[in-house]
Ligand binder design. Structure first.
Ligand SMILES: Cc1ncc(COP(=O)(O)O)c(C=O)c1O
Length: 452
């Protein structure tokens, strides 16, 4: 039997053991696209090998369907588990809420308590609405801005979810959103009547925003952006955006769905001294339980009463209770300091490992949301091989690392030991043979692709 056939047979045998991959193959027949969130697709990590499903998760540990344990040095609930998976304090509060009844004809008192807490943390805001997921909360913010201004157009930068107002940007040019975190987003099914309503600009490019304003100024309802993501704002950039919003009478919306609660107990914008009119939180505020908050200045938020915004499950109790427990613990333990320390250690470790292996890597992101990328001709194959070799060593690991309160120095040390090892292998492989030959499956996808 030749070597290639032997390799394929071996791979096939390994696949048979992979219960997660078997389930994922079934899921793809039953669930269009396989998963509910693009960022959880196995193809984005390690096609045909990623464990894909978890049986149990606790702190930074995850057990797959075959009972194999991994340390999560990747996205930790895609940014949701800021305290670590199944945090005991948050879970205790949730279980108590379940026991008291999580749903009723009457409202839960905790949502008022949470609204007060969020306004205390952000003294520029006076009113709050709630939803249960990030993209959905952004829809509320945009609707409120449109209701407030009586205008339709939205200038934006960055990624803000899957909804029509946002994907409308790709209607005229299919690649308009490619530079905004996720490439290849397909806008099929979004009404063509929305063409020209979502106008993208790049972060730190005030000139691009100025151009949008000179073409569409009086029609702009809102400027929507993350206050920070991968790069620090250039001096004056956020202030410039604020001044443009004021001069237009447009609503400035900061999307804090991923950036929130990483740099302090609240929005990242608090670090930069520029306040929006509306800020939107989800993901990290409730440590894995569905919750989202839209906070804002009362004059702006009052516009929510001039339009219909209402949903049954926005009234359930678990989200509010989980958010209260998460935010209080976050504040008490100064969680953001810990995230900064852990993320910084990882960034330093990536750079040191790359240097000693003779690999070129770029490292970016605020410490709690760290990223690296190989700078080579075949970078995506190198990233895929990194994930494969780290998985074999017991780590869920990819190009990004989102720190949690559950990560301790010892996890980082163990992880970086393996990173050094794996970077060496990648460097040596690149000298001798192709990285692709080392892969047991296809190279990972880089964005949205239709699955067959
Ligand atoms: C900045 C930002 N906005 C919006 C979203 C969408 O949030 P969700 O996935 O909860 O709908 C995300 C998700 O990654 C995000 O990072």
């Amino acid at each position: 039997m030749d070597r290639l056939v032997a390799n394929i047979m071996e791979t096939k045998l390994e696949e048979e053991k992979q219960t997660g991959q078997q389930l994922y193959r079934r899921a793809r027949q039953r669930i269009p696209g396989g998963t509910q969130l693009l960022s959880k697709r196995p193809e984005l990590f390690l096609p045909e090998q990623w464990p894909s499903y978890y049986a149990r998760a606790k702190g930074v540990e995850v057990w797959d369907l075959d009972g194999i344990k991994y340390f999560d040095m990747s996205y930790n609930g895609i940014g949701a588990c800021i305290l670590g998976a199944a945090d005991p304090d948050v879970d205790r509060a949730v279980i108590e809420a379940v026991n008291k009844g999580s749903m009723s004809t009457l409202n839960c008192e905790e949502e008022v308590e949470l609204a007060d807490l969020l306004c205390d943390l952000h003294p520029w805001s006076q009113m709050v609405r709630f939803a249960r997921s990030g993209g959905e909360a952004m829809v509320l913010a945009v609707r409120i801005a449109r209701a407030r201004t009586g205008r339709d157009k939205i200038a934006f930068c960055g990624y803000h979810g899957w909804h029509d107002w946002y994907l409308a940007a790709n209607l005229r040019e299919a690649d308009a959103l490619d530079d905004h975190l996720l490439a290849g987003l397909n806008s099929s099914g979004v009404p063509r009547g929305l063409i020209g309503t979502a106008l993208p600009f790049h972060y730190n490019r005030i000139d691009e925003l100025t151009r949008i304003v000179s073409d569409h100024g009086s029609e702009i309802a809102a400027i929507v952006m993350e206050p920070i993501r991968n790069h620090q704002p250039h001096p004056g950039f956020l202030e410039g955006v604020r001044a443009i919003a004021d001069s237009l009478g447009a609503v400035l919306i900061f999307d804090e769905i991923t950036s929130g609660f990483r740099l302090n107990t609240g929005g990242a914008h608090l670090e930069y001294g520029v306040n929006p009119d509306i800020a939107v939180f989800a993901k990290a505020i409730s440590n894995g339980y569905p919750m989202a908050a839209i906070i804002g200045r009362s004059e702006v938020m009052q516009a929510a009463q001039d339009t219909f915004i209402s949903s049954t499950f926005w009234t359930e109790r678990i989200g509010s209770v989980a958010a209260l427990a998460t935010i209080r613990k976050h504040q008490l333990h100064e969680v953001s300091r810990h995230l900064g320390h852990i993320g910084e250690s990882v960034q330093i470790g990536w750079k040191a490992a790359a240097e000693s292996a003779g690999l070129q890597v770029e490292v970016d992101g605020i410490y709690p949301l760290s990223h690296f990328s190989f700078v080579t001709d075949n970078a995506q194959a190198a990233h895929t091989l990194f994930t494969q070799l780290m998985l074999e060593r017991g780590f869920l690991a990819t190009k990004g690392f989102y720190a949690t309160y559950a990560h301790q120095d010892e996890h980082v040390e163990k992880y970086l030991e393996m990173v050094e090892d794996v970077f060496e292998i990648i460097a040596r492989t690149g000298e001798k043979r192709s990285l692709v030959e080392m892969l047991k499956g296809p190279v990972a996808h880089t964005g949205f692709e239709r699955l067959t």
